[in-house]
Write a protein that binds this ligand. Structure first.
Ligand code: ADP
Ligand code: MG
Length: 238
């Protein structure tokens, strides 16, 4: 669905942030991106969303590929209700479809919260509104930049399961940046490790999704994936 071939990028034409980067994302996949701070993960998401253009190489999509972003900060409009916050992307496109708002809120399990204001929501609920706002325009690929880093572990687990449910129910394609080895091992079909502006390794966790979440999190496949990711991050050859 999405193919990056030998992508290079520089903000100022002197320092290469990305060089010769190759990766692919298939439709319906959840893909994680891990790497040290400053290695270019957010830059890569901006390139994929079209906010930036690669300096070299190519980014190609099969058919159309609308993207939507979720950031660590839910950044909701405090003066607007949940419903109006979620509706914003449709309004900006001049294409309001109230059913899409209803569907997006239902997808994040917030039906009934339409008239609430952000101040009356918990941290996890705000994050779910932020995800609904990203889903409302029905993007082909959801890009999340360290979305759950500020949440406590219990909430983070809930959000992880929400993303998995969305993938199954809405056949969503997801690319997310995380600093958590466990989050990557649990959520992703494919984990890319980034180093020095390139992809330095790839891990495919292959968890058995027919198991319950806590069984998946204690499975051999999960442990192996976490170990492989940790070793790649540490620079060891697996
Ligand atoms: P990561 O998300 O992996 O932490 P970033 O993609 O944010 O990394 O940043 C990669 C590099 O690009 C860093 O060295 C950062 O300082 C630089 N950088 C990020 N944004 C800009 C910008 N708008 N202009 C110039 N340099 C930038
Ligand atoms: Mg970043």
């Amino acid at each position: 669905m999405l193919n990056l071939l030998n992508v290079g990028f520089s903000y100022d034409n002197t320092v290469d942030i990305l060089s010769d980067l190759c990766l692919s994302v298939e439709e319906g996949e959840v893909v994680a991106l891990l790497g040290p701070s400053g290695c270019g993960k957010s830059t890569l998401l901006r390139l994929i969303s079209g906010l930036l253009e690669p300096s070299t190489g190519s980014i190609s999509y099969d058919g159309k590929c609308d993207t939507a972003f979720v950031f660590q900060e839910p950044s909701l409009m405090p003066w607007a209700t949940v419903e109006r916050n979620v509706k914003l992307p449709l309004k900006l496109k001049n294409n309001i479809d109230n059913q899409q708002v209803v569907d997006a809120l239902e997808a994040v399990e917030l039906a009934g919260f339409e008239k609430r204001f952000p101040e009356a929501l918990s941290g996890g609920q705000k994050m779910r509104v932020s995800i609904a706002r990203a889903l409302v325009a029905q993007p082909d690929i959801l890009l999340l930049d360290e979305p759950f880093a500020a949440l406590d572990e219990i909430l983070r687990f809930q959000m992880n399961n929400l993303i998995l449910n969305l993938q199954v129910k809405n056949k969503l394609t997801v690319l997310f940046v995380t600093h958590s080895i466990y989050e990557a091992a649990y959520l992703a079909d494919k984990v890319f490790i980034m180093k020095d502006g390139m992809i330095s390794g790839e891990v495919t966790p292959q968890l058995d999704r027919s198991l319950k979440p806590d069984e998946q999190r204690t499975s051999i496949e999960f442990m192996n994936a976490a170990k492989q990711i940790a070793e790649l991050l540490a620079g060891e050859v697996v």
